[in-house]
Design a protein around this ligand. Structure first.
Ligand code: SF4
Length: 266
């Protein structure tokens, strides 16, 4: 496995539509986990639950998403694309001060002024255009009445959001989970990195495969999905970094193949 948590091709076996470490290494995916005899969906479900409870015990309730309104949450979900949350907060503060968090205000905002407010986010000019286009889309879909927009069921609403300008799967799932409060698991680069290092995940490395992997193994519980994604992001940004992860301080180290491979190499 390399430093980014990727396994060498010949170290991976494929079993029941998932990838995992070779059998002898996957026998005990968690050192303090009761016997796990194969990488079955049930064992994976148990492990996902165990990881969640370890993260929750370590970090506590993350109280995510930090927004005072659904509009603020949705605007933040677009701004945070490919940028740190810290920079997003800076941009959100300026948008709040200058325009407020209504889609009408964003539609009426001069594009260059909106772009200046969100300069802290990458690609701020295209993001300003994206925000404005999304605000017009919201008006066309529901006249800014989010209760009307969110009255659809989760599958239909997700399909609908994915047709909106500037909304990809991760942003759509953010909005579904944190604004519409519907059970849709959010996948991001932290999720994939951490789970790859632990050695659990789907066979295909696509957004939809990762999302299905979690949703087929966890109950459709909004609070569980809400906290799980936030806890993963906390771990990924602070501990399970892309290079030189802080494994000795990690609450998941007893479950992690990467950490075991590092300590056995010492
Ligand atoms: S022990 Fe924790 S920090 Fe280290 S690779 Fe595993 S999940 Fe990441």
């Amino acid at each position: 496995m390399d430093d980014k948590g990727n396994f060498a091709q010949n170290s991976v076996i494929r079993e029941s539509g998932v990838w995992a470490m070779p059998y002898h290494e996957s026998l005990q995916p968690c050192a303090d986990h009761a016997a796990s005899h194969a990488v079955s969906a049930n064992a994976q479900s148990d492990l996902l639950h165990k990881l969640y409870h370890k993260l929750l015990a370590h970090y506590g309730d993350p109280n995510w998403w930090p927004a005072a309104s659904r509009e603020e949450m949705m605007i933040g979900a677009i701004l945070v694309q490919n940028v740190s949350w810290k920079n997003t907060v800076t941009a959100l503060h300026l948008v709040r001060e200058r325009f407020g968090f209504t889609f009408r205000a964003l539609r009426e905002a001069p594009l260059d002024e909106l772009a200046a407010c969100i300069r802290a986010t990458r690609f701020y000019q295209s993001k300003a255009a994206r925000l404005q286009a999304f605000s017009f889309w919201i008006e066309a879909q529901c006249g800014d009445d989010l209760d009307r927009l969110f009255a659809r069921d989760a599958i239909e609403l997700r399909r609908h959001l994915l047709s909106a300008p500037g909304i990809g799967p991760e942003t759509a799932d953010d909005i579904l989970l944190y604004a519409a409060e519907l059970p849709s698991f959010v996948i991001d680069s932290y999720t994939k990195r951490i789970m790859r290092r632990i050695a659990i995940g789907p066979e295909r490395d696509t957004y939809e495969a990762w999302r299905s992997f979690f949703m087929e193994r966890l109950p459709a519980d909004v609070l569980l999905y809400n906290r799980y994604h936030a806890l993963i992001d906390q771990l990924g940004s602070q501990v399970c970094r892309a290079s030189r992860p802080l494994c000795t301080a990690c609450p998941l180290k007893t479950c992690c193949t990467y950490a075991r491979s590092q300590s056995s190499a010492d």
